[in-house]
Design a protein around this ligand. Structure first.
Ligand code: PPS
Ligand code: MG
Length: 207
């Protein structure tokens, strides 16, 4: 899947990050980074990411949410849920997130991203471009996600109608060293989102 490109060379922009920060949002300054939410299906990744996106945009800070369900209906509609396809999904998304972050936006990525090496790849892609990357583990236990079963996917997976479902018949590797762990049991998406906003403040991404 990962091919190296030949006969291509990097072309330098004429616009600095400082300058991009000046041109974007009503709170000036370069704030480009990626917040990567990982966790089981139904853990609350999308709810939290979109809540954070709304809070930031409402404060005049440019942010955009990239979500697994959405990206898989467009850019990545040719990918399934094998280990290889998930890796390619994460690689493409990480590359897109890098571009959003480089443009000065806070990119909120909500993907199951069950494999440690794929999440490491996403981090590495940002590191190579000197962009901050924060891994947020949305740590909702399987039994809670399955009890919620908001999309009815766990039921289908238990019946064998979906193969390779994360947590049922495919692995979820818990993050080894996440930048933040979010507990969603007995918390509203608003409360969980607030802990991500706290992280961005502590990391001096936002004032
Ligand atoms: S991954 O692992 O990061 O490539 O997955 P992602 O792009 O986030 O897509 C997850 C969403 O796809 C739906 N879905 C599945 N999830 C996990 N495993 C299997 N087999 C599967 N099949 C479909 C589901 O709606 C996921 O969204 P969330 O929000 O996580 O429930
Ligand atoms: Mg989701």
């Amino acid at each position: 899947i990962m091919t190296t490109c030949s006969n291509v060379s990097e072309q330098a922009h004429h616009v600095s990050r400082a300058k991009r920060g000046q041109a974007i949002g009503s709170i000036r300054g370069f704030r480009g980074c990626t917040v990567w939410l990982t966790g089981l299906s139904g853990a609350g990744k999308t709810s939290i990411a979109f809540q954070v996106e709304a809070i930031l945009v409402n404060h005049g800070i440019a942010a955009y949410g990239l979500d697994g369900d959405n990206v898989r209906s467009g850019l990545n509609c040719n990918l399934g849920f094998s280990k290889e396809d998930r890796k390619e999904n994460i690689r493409r998304v990480a590359e897109v997130a890098k571009l959003f972050a480089d443009s000065g936006q806070i990119c909120l990525c909500s993907f199951v991203s069950p494999f440690e090496e794929d999440r490491q790849m996403a981090r590495q892609i940002h590191k190579m471009s000197d962009l901050p990357f924060f891994e947020v583990f949305v740590d909702t236990p399987l039994n809670v996600c399955e009890a919620r079963d908001t999309k009815g996917l766990y039921k289908k997976a238990r019946q064998g109608a979906i193969k390779g479902f994360t947590g049922i018949d495919q692995m979820y590797e818990r993050p080894v060293n996440p930048d933040l762990v979010v507990i969603t049991e007995n918390c509203t998406p608003e409360e969980s989102a607030a802990t991500v906003i706290d992280l961005l403040e502590k990391q001096c991404i936002i004032p």
